[in-house]
Design a protein around this ligand. Structure first.
Ligand code: OGA
Ligand code: NI
Length: 371
C-alpha cells in the first residue's frame, strides 16, 4: 500500500468510528453533569498538576520596527532564542488589525452558540481533502483512549483547491468573509515569520518560504466548555503540532500550557497578541535547533474557553529534512528526510500523544532533542 492510500484508509476508519453516537462536550455541559463520564478520566499519574504555573512564561516579542536594520536584527535574535528555548512565543504588533481578531472571535463564538442540531447540519464531520473536517470530536480513535474535554470545528482555509467553502458554517452570515480575510492575513504573517525564523538559523531569508509555496492552511477552533472536575481531565492532551508553524488566537481565558524543562507553564493571554509555536516540521528542517514543544490545554469549572488555531502544512510532496547549511561534523543530521505527506501518516499513527512522531524519525535513537 503506498503512503497516500494508507493515509486514506486510516482516514476512513477514523470516520467510520466517529459515526457512533457519542455526546459532545457542549452537550454534557448543557446537561449540567456533576461528574465527568468515565471515558474522560485520566489515570492519576497523568492528571494536570495544579496550581497553574505563571511565574515564567513564553516570551512576548514586539514586531514593531522590522524595517530598521538594527531593530530587525534584535527581533530575529529574540524569535530565534524563543524558538530554541520554548518553541513558543507571543507576538504583538503583528500587523493583523485588532478589529479583525475581534470579528474572528465573534463569528466563531456565534457558530458555537447555535444549537447542536444546527451545527451538525451545517458542518457534519466528513472525510475532507486530507483529514476529517467539520464540527464534532476528532480524537475518539479507540475504546481505550481517554477523551479530551473539547469539541472542535475543523476546515481548510487555503489554498483554493483544499478549502471547500461550501462546507464552512453558513451562520453567522459573516463567518465566511471574516475567515477568508483572516486566512489571508495569517498566511502573510506566516510568510513573514518563516522569513525571520530562516534568518535566525543563519539561512537565506527565503529558505523556508520556498518550502511553503502553495502550502495549506488548516483551521481548528477548539471549544472547551466549563468542566465540573477539571483536575481529572485533559482539555487537549499533551502533543506537539505536526505542521510547520502554528498561529493561535485565544479568547482571553487562560488554559494553554507548554512543557519546558519537565515542567508545565501556563501561557498568560496577552490582549491583542497572537501565540506562535514551532511545529514538528520546523524542528526537522532546523535539525532540532528550533523545538516543537509539547503543549496541552487545561479546563476550568467556570468559563468557556475558545482557541482559534491555524496550522501551516506544506504540499504533500515537499521534502522535509535538515537544511544542509546546518549540517557539519559537529552537527550531524538528526532525522531522516521524508515527504510532508509521509509525516502526516507517521503523526496520525502515534495516537496524537506527546512528542513521539518526531522521535520516530531519529537516525540515532539516543539523540532525542528536549525542550
Ligand atoms: C491545538 C492546540 C491549544 C489550545 O489545537 O493544536 O494545541 O490552547 N490548542 O487550545
Ligand atoms: Ni497544538
Amino acid at each position: 500500500m503506498d503512503s497516500s492510500s494508507a493515509a486514506m484508509d486510516a482516514l476512513l476508519k477514523h470516520f467510520e468510528r466517529l459515526q457512533r453516537p457519542i455526546d459532545l462536550v457542549q452537550t454534557l455541559h448543557e446537561r449540567q453533569v456533576k461528574e465527568v463520564p468515565a471515558r474522560y478520566i485520566l489515570p492519576s499519574d497523568q492528571r494536570p498538576s495544579r496550581p497553574l504555573q505563571v511565574q515564567q512564561s513564553v516570551p512576548v516579542i514586539d514586531l514593531v520596527g522590522l524595517e530598521d536594520i538594527d531593530q530587525r536584527f534584535k527581533i530575529v535574535s529574540q524569535l530565534a532564542q524563543a524558538s530554541q528555548e520554548w518553541g513558543f512565543f507571543q507576538i504583538t504588533n503583528h500587523g493583523i488589525p485588532l478589529s479583525l481578531l475581534e470579528s474572528v472571535k465573534r463569528v466563531s463564538q456565534a457558530f458555537f452558540d447555535l444549537s447542536l442540531e444546527e451545527k451538525q447540519k451545517q458542518c457534519p464531520v466528513r472525510p475532507g481533502t486530507l483529514m476529517l473536517e467539520g464540527y464534532g470530536r476528532f480524537f475518539d480513535v479507540s475504546d481505550d483512549m481517554v477523551l479530551d474535554w473539547v469539541d472542535a470545528l475543523v476546515h481548510y482555509i487555503s489554498p483554493q483547491w483544499a478549502k471547500a467553502v461550501e462546507h464552512w458554517p453558513k451562520t453567522p452570515s459573516t463567518y465566511r468573509e471574516t475567515y477568508e480575510k483572516y486566512g489571508e492575513e495569517v498566511m502573510r504573517l506566516m510568510e513573514k515569520l518563516v522569513g525571520l525564523l530562516s534568518e535566525g538559523l543563519g539561512l537565506d531569508p527565503n529558505y523556508i518560504q520556498t518550502l511553503i509555496k502553495e502550502s495549506m492552511l488548516q483551521l481548528r477552533i477548539n471549544y472547551y466548555p466549563p468542566c465540573p472536575q477539571p483536575d481529572l481531565v485533559n482539555g487537549l492532551r499533551p502533543h506537539s503540532d505536526g505542521d510547520l508553524l502554528t498561529v493561535l488566537l485565544d479568547d482571553g481565558v487562560d488554559g494553554l500550557q507548554v512543557r519546558k524543562d519537565e515542567q508545565w507553564f501556563t501561557v498568560a493571554s496577552v490582549p491583542g497578541a497572537l501565540i506562535i509555536n514551532i511545529g514538528d516540521l520546523l524542528q526537522l528542517i532546523s535539525n532540532g535547533i528550533y523545538k516543537s514543544a509539547e503543549h496541552r490545554a487545561v479546563v476550568n469549572t467556570i468559563q468557556n474557553r475558545m482557541s482559534i488555531v491555524m496550522f501551516l502544512i506544506p504540499q504533500r510532496d515537499v521534502l522535509i529534512g535538515a537544511a544542509s547549511e546546518l549540517i557539519d561534523e559537529a552537527h550531524p543530521r538528526l532525522y531522516r528526510t521524508i515527504k510532508a505527506e509521509e509525516y502526516g501518516t507517521v503523526y496520525m499513527s502515534q495516537d496524537f500523544q506527546g512528542k513521539c512522531p518526531v522521535n520516530a524519525l531519529l537516525i540515532d535513537q539516543t539523540k532525542q532533542v528536549n525542550v
